[in-house]
Design a protein around this ligand. Sequence first.
Ligand SMILES: [Zn+2]
Length: 84
Amino acid sequence: MAKFKEREVESVQTENYEESEMGQLHSLHLSENGINNVRSKISTGPGLSHCMDCGDAIPEKRRKAVPGVKFCINCQEFNEKHNS
Ligand SMILES: [Zn+2]
């Protein structure tokens, strides 16, 4: 029973993590000032299979969650911190 619960928590955390990434994009879309920002950062298209920065493979899940993604999650976070 306890083991089942642990697994459940793990999967919920993973989902929340991805949802928060999507949530960020959605809230940017909602703000009028954010629209241009989002468009310049995210082009439409299938995205890249490998990070433009470090060359790491970008998981398919992430490419689906972030259309036109060009960086792995590490580089994306790094870029966002340094661009803001
Ligand atoms: Zn990278």
